[in-house]
Design a protein around this ligand. Structure first.
Ligand SMILES: C[S@@+](CC[C@H](N)C(=O)[O-])C[C@H]1O[C@@H](n2cnc3c(N)ncnc32)[C@H](O)[C@@H]1O
Length: 259
């Protein structure tokens, strides 16, 4: 692969380094500078050669190292100075990752860029919890939504997305607003006994799955002290996890320890 001097907006996937794309790995190994986020796992950072300059621009809710505008400006500046800059983002850069805003900043400043998709957390968490997001007879479609509320805005979830029993609903950043999400689901007509799952740190050796119902979500999250990053999945397909859950995080832990 010939590496062109560009900014590469690269998806790191959900955490398991084996879920990086081959292209992402090649770029990481040939970068001059790496600009990375909070959700990029340490196992993935370990694959980056020591000679690559690293800039951390991670954000946690309410605590921003750099504002999004400052990150955009940094990328434009690096694009003018460096040969190969990898902007590494958790999951996929174009799914709830503000990759579109960064790409627009580059486009507006005539900085050449490329987008390298990554496996988004919704797909990965579902797969690693044994939950097919669509399944004949159970789910005809799937919707990815965010539960994040900007500043003091009211959470607005599409009632049609919430009410259809044959749609799987996957909620990113849903923990903080969980009571409102459950309220909206019930108000939209989803039954309280609809299967629901919360997957914490999906695909990593610390993955935990909580399988419950819409009505039991809040209590289950509190009981297991589930923390971010976590993915909420609602729909009939969640019931399949009972038979399809295959992932054994402790095996991954052993493999990492003895690698
Ligand atoms: C700002 S969004 C970034 C999403 C990312 N661009 C993607 O495509 O997966 C961060 C949210 O993604 C979800 N998330 C990301 N990685 C996760 C993981 N390994 N396990 C569970 N949820 C995850 C959580 O809901 C987290 O709050």
């Amino acid at each position: 692969m010939k590496i062109q001097p560009k900014i590469y907006l690269v998806g790191a996937g959900p955490g398991d380094p084996d879920l990086l794309t081959v292209k992402a790995l090649r770029l990481l190994q040939n970068a001059d500078t790496l600009v990375y986020d909070r959700l990029v796992s340490r196992e993935i950072l370990a694959l980056v050669p020591a000679r690559v300059a690293r800039v951390y621009v991670g954000k946690a809710t309410g605590q921003h190292t750099l504002s999004q505008q400052e990150i955009n400006a940094l990328l434009v500046d690096l694009g003018r100075k460096h040969q190969c800059v990898v902007r590494l983002k958790g999951g996929d850069p174009f799914i709830f990752g503000r990759g579109g805003e960064e790409a627009l900043a580059l486009a507006h400043n005539d900085i050449p860029f490329e987008v390298v998709p990554g496996i988004t957390a919704a797909q990965a968490c579902a797969a690693y919890a044994g939950i097919p997001l669509t399944h004949r007879g159970l789910a005809r479609g799937v919707q990815f939504v965010t539960g994040h509320r900007k500043d003091n805005e009211e959470l607005v979830l599409d009632p049609a997305a919430l009410s259809d029993p044959e749609q799987t609903l996957v909620v990113y950043m849903g923990l903080t607003q969980l009571p409102l999400i459950v309220r909206d689901l019930l108000n939209a007509g989803r039954s309280a006994d609809t299967p629901a799952a919360v997957i914490e740190r999906g695909t990593t050796s610390r993955q935990r799955n909580v399988i419950t119902t819409v009505g039991g979500l809040q209590q289950a999250v509190e009981q297991h002290a589930i923390a971010s990053p976590a993915m909420l999945i609602v729909g009939r397909v969640v019931a399949l996890a009972e038979e399809l859950d295959w992932f054994e995080p402790w095996v991954q832990e052993m493999e990492l320890r003895y690698a």
